[in-house]
Design a protein around this ligand. Structure first.
Ligand SMILES: [Zn+2]
Length: 267
């Protein structure tokens, strides 16, 4: 589908820009060689692409088109102007993803899956695509349910996916942004310094800053932390339960959710 090619091309372009930026102006010096981490993160990303390609990868847009055709969903009830349904779709879906992220942390069964993302021992643009395939499939099912309930605008759904992907690549990247600019950006969007706190090994910080695109939901819902306890440049990244790279390799990551003690208490 053309939509998929456009989406993937933009995602690859943003990824290339952020990786280049990281190389020229990094925020932190990384202790673990990229050669050890990147195959894991990119391997998971590739697996997810394959899984989605053969399962429900295009379902977000298709379900929005289906709901529009049938007149299902809140935004399809009245004859609202296109621009309004687009803005509403973008805002509601962004808030829905924020809520989903909280559930991934608070529901022990979901945390089993989401901890794969948090077990990365460094934080850079490749962390943004490091997810267990089951989390990606469940996320798509949740997104489709939200899309049908709200009667999302189909074009806005494509825009949302592009924005979410771009925002995640940006806010996971190890780039140095002057503090003044970071503070200004943070009034609207999630910056790398803000999201890095979410990847801190300190549990209170892991359970904060859940937003991906807009920073408003964390501020409004009281889950915002402006600064970590440790300085950003020496902040311990990852989970206390996984401190060795050998424990978070590709195969281990696929198996982490199925370990007997893979519940929330083992952090
Ligand atoms: Zn998280």
């Amino acid at each position: 589908m053309v939509e998929n090619i456009v989406r993937l091309s933009i995602a690859a372009g943003i990824f290339a820009v952020m990786v280049t930026w990281e190389a020229f102006s990094p925020r932190r010096s990384q202790q673990i060689n990229r050669k050890r981490r990147w195959p894991v993160n990119l391997g998971l990303a590739f697996s997810n692409m394959v899984v989605m390609r053969f399962t429900i990868g295009s379902l977000a847009f298709l379900s929005a088109e289906w709901a529009a055709e049938k007149g299902y969903g809140l935004l399809n009830l009245g004859a609202l102007p296109n621009v309004m349904t687009m803005i509403a779709t973008l805002l509601i879906l962004d808030f829905a993803i924020y809520c989903q992220h909280i559930v991934m942390h608070k529901w022990p069964l979901m945390w089993r899956l989401h901890k794969v993302h948090h077990a990365d021992l460094e934080f850079d643009a490749t962390t943004a695509v490091r997810f267990h395939p089951l989390e990606i499939v469940l996320s798509m099912i949740y997104k489709v349910i939200c899309i049908v309930i709200i009667g999302a605008n189909p074009m806005a759904v494509i825009a949302f996916e592009i924005i979410l992907n771009g925002a995640a690549t940006f806010n996971h990247s190890n780039v140095n942004i002057p503090q003044k600019i970071d503070r200004m950006l943070r009034w609207i969007m999630v910056t790398p310094d803000m999201h890095r706190i979410h990847h801190s090994a300190e549990p209170i910080e892991t359970d904060s800053n859940y937003g991906f695109s807009l920073s408003w939901w964390d501020r409004l819902c009281g889950t915002y932390i402006a600064e970590p306890k440790q300085p950003q440049t020496t902040l311990t990244i990852g989970l206390n339960a996984f401190r060795k790279q050998e424990d978070v390799g590709f195969v281990q990551c696929l198996l982490i959710p199925f370990k007997i003690n893979a519940n929330r208490s083992v952090r």
